[in-house]
Design a protein around this ligand. Sequence first.
Ligand code: SME
Length: 289
Amino acid sequence: MRRILFLHGPNLNLLGEREPEIYGHLTLQQVNEKIAAFAAKCKIEPLFFQSNHEGQIIDFIHTHRREAVGMVINAGAFTHYSYALRDALESVQLPVAEVHLSDIHRRETFRQISVIRDVCLAQISGLGAESYCRGLEVVLGFLGRKELQQAINETANADEAYRACVKILKRDFPKYNWVGIYLVEGNELVVHNYIGAPTPHTRIPIGQGICGAAVAEEETIIVADVNADPRYLACSLETKSEIVVPIQGRRIYGEIDIDSHTPNAFHEHDQNMLENMAKDLAEFLDAAE
Ligand code: SME
């Protein structure tokens, strides 16, 4: 199983008793249990470490750098001034997400500067224990894109590239309950391949449904509550939210469509990752035409 490091910096050992109005009521062990449950669903083995000592955190990163595929770090106050930690994160060349329990941008000014931000994929702050789960998704998104790029480099076949994309996304994101690719054929979208419940919508006219709207508008559409959107064409009664990302190069080739049983499941980092993957596919398809 792929291993990801989860690092907690100074004072996080006191979670639950330290300013619970800011940091929440969960103890560090309870936070780690939440992370472990989520990581298991993503088929990731988490390796946890907490220290109040800068050097120990750096040593831990060095020691485990080759056995891990990525890192999620809540560096606590080290975030704001530890250039040594920043350099350690940069040196080991692993994808890293910076996370914080509280919203550091709504607190003291000294907390608004992060010296590790530029060596991390993203900064996620203010979601409590959920920040770590989002951080894991960011790391998985980076790794998934690399895997897609490798699959694209190893094939001359567009069908294989589409299938690799669907397979990677369905495997790594438990909240993605239905993942598929639709291709533009004339005035219609035709389902190419998908993983999830069978859909009655194998052909969708451009302009209809969320799928048809994304192609007509040439942009990503996120629907936080499908039942509140009159455009929505139901695939499964369990679906609560949806994202559709056009695969657009010199023309629109198709789109990535994802349904979730979780309301409001799709965030900025989902959109970034999926738009990057769609761009990789589009560049490949442009070159092949
Ligand atoms: N919900 C989509 C239709 C496709 S199924 O979700 C797979 C839509 O509204 O366009």
